[in-house]
Design a protein around this ligand. Structure first.
Ligand SMILES: C[S@@+](CC[C@H](N)C(=O)[O-])C[C@H]1O[C@@H](n2cnc3c(N)ncnc32)[C@H](O)[C@@H]1O
Length: 239
């Protein structure tokens, strides 16, 4: 995931012009790759807090300048009003109440601080070809809804930040068009293979559809797009 998304995330952070001394918060840091990169390249004289419910992926990570914290950002804002920059990627679509969670992230900003959220939007699967692939994705989305995952959260982020009174809101969505042999095809092959038993047991997908999807993933003539990512950034009022 981080190999696929770090380049997008870095590009957006670089365009925001974060100061070298910034106090930065990343929630749902996963393997810590973005916080480690920010400590090295964006805010080398600042302070980076990287928070996650599960820090097992950073056990052996050496990241000078990063304070890894175990915690749940949904139970309330982390250090309210403290951070110059707050970011979360591929996290809000997993939480039960994304509206409240977004409010908690905003509350961690100091006046004038910037926020960057990157979350999925599965709209492109509605035009996937052939029709069996649309059926496959429809089953995948039904499965994820049942597990409380919101794969259509991307377009809701900008209006939500506006509701919290943020300014300078800008949002873009991007997706990759790929075929077999690409990192995205590998990602989906591995993910669907790992979840195959659960997907079938849920009744939302059957073995034949999964086999057909995996065959398409291995076909160099099948070009497709699946997930898009919405990146939204905004700034708190004040200075
Ligand atoms: C899909 S992973 C994304 C990891 C990383 N941001 C990335 O894009 O590669 C979601 C991460 O968010 C963390 N997470 C989910 N809910 C959380 C919460 N309420 N508080 C803190 N971390 C949370 C999970 O433990 C996991 O590491």
């Amino acid at each position: 995931m981080s190999q696929l998304l770090d380049p997008i995330h870095r590009r957006h952070i670089e365009s925001l012009g974060i100061s070298r001394e910034a106090r930065v918060l990343e929630v749902g840091c996963g393997n810590g790759s973005m916080s480690a990169w920010m400590a090295e390249h964006i805010a080398p004289d600042g302070q980076i807090v990287a928070l996650d419910l599960d820090l097992s992926l950073v056990d052996n990570v050496r990241a000078p300048g990063v304070e890894f914290r175990r915690g749940d950002f949904v139970t309330g804002p982390v250090d309210p009003g403290r951070f110059d920059f707050v970011t979360a990627r591929a996290v809000l679509h997993h939480v039960a109440d994304a509206k409240v969670a977004t409010g908690d992230l905003v509350a961690s900003l100091r006046p004038g601080g910037a926020i960057l959220l990157i979350e999925p939007d599965f709209l492109p699967v509605s035009v996937a070809e052939p029709i069996e692939m649309r059926t496959f994705w429809s089953g995948w989305l039904a499965w994820s809804r049942e597990r409380g995952i919101d794969y259509h959260i991307g377009p809701t982020l900008a209006p939500r930040l506006a509701c919290y009174g943020l300014k300078e809101i800008e949002a873009t969505a991007e997706t990759e068009i790929y075929n077999s042999g690409s990192q995205w095809a590998d990602y989906w092959r591995d993910t669907i293979t790992e979840l195959r038993g659960d997907l079938i047991q849920s009744g939302k997908l059957n073995d034949a559809l999964i086999a057909e999807f995996l065959a398409h993933c291995a076909n160099p003539r099948w070009w497709t797009q699946t997930i898009a990512f919405t990146a939204v950034h905004a700034r708190a009022t004040g200075s």
